[in-house]
Design a protein around this ligand. Structure first.
Ligand SMILES: [Ca+2]
Ligand SMILES: [Ca+2]
Length: 232
């Protein structure tokens, strides 16, 4: 009795503590860092955008941030979809974390970023992210496939705020698109930073059959062996 109970408790603990988080903070590899003496601010790349931001065209693959298989820049082909911006850019609030963030209203946008994520049945997922907008002309549209969609408008202001999807429980395992975009272009800014996708095992889900079957099966074999020994 004690042996079987112990085995099941261990499986249960492992299930509940299985939370994992994927964080994207959009810091460009080899990019400028505030406060590092001697640094030259010299971003180059698609449509290099002056001293405080980097223009990233729709469809572009900026190394370290918008790599193939990672985030893809959306928007109008041949136009700058998003900008990667350094904190000190005129009038913009400081980002969190790091010192760089994505401007979804690029030069001029409208733009966005998207990537594929894998979700697994039996897990719960929560999406969180930081956003701001420089003025009331802009919205931020967020979609995790069709499992979660929102369009932020009046909830946004000119300070970084953290937003959350709440917990999402997919009914089957799937690969879906995670997208952040603004439908408006122009000279203003729409910030995105600190995108975080957390997964945990759903504590309300039916018991995952495989580990339990194995644990009970092993316990059953032990019990049968004991019975045989006792008879012998
Ligand atoms: Ca950042
Ligand atoms: Ca902008």
């Amino acid at each position: 009795m004690s042996k079987r109970t112990f085995g099941i408790v261990i499986v249960g603990v492992a299930m509940v503590t299985g939370a994992q988080a994927q964080v994207w903070d959009f810091e460009r590899a080899n990019g400028y860092k505030v406060g590092e003496a001697g640094d030259a601010f010299a971003w180059t790349g698609t449509g290099g955008g002056g001293s405080a931001y980097l223009k990233v065209d729709a469809g572009s693959s900026e190394a370290g941030l918008f790599t193939a298989g990672g985030w893809t820049v959306t928007g109008t082909t041949g136009q700058t979809g998003v900008d990667l911006v350094k904190d000190s850019w005129s009038g913009t609030p400081n980002s969190q974390p790091g010192d760089q963030w994505v401007d979804l209203a690029g030069s001029p946008g409208p733009g966005g970023i998207s990537r594929t994520v894998k979700l697994f049945k039996g897990n719960q997922y929560k999406l969180t992210w930081d956003s701001f907008r420089s003025n009331s002309a802009y919205a931020v549209d967020v979609a995790l496939g069709s499992l979660f969609t929102t369009s932020l408008t009046t909830a946004l202001d000119n300070t970084w705020q953290n937003f959350s999807s709440g917990w999402i429980t997919p009914v089957s395992s799937m690969e879906i698109m995670l997208t952040f975009a603004t439908p408006q272009g122009g000279s203003g800014n729409v910030g995105l930073d600190n995108v975080n996708l957390t997964s945990q095992i759903d504590p309300n889900a039916d018991p995952v059959p495989e580990p339990f079957t194995l644990a009970l099966g092993a316990a059953g074999l032990l019990a049968a062996a004991r019975r045989r020994r006792n008879r012998a």
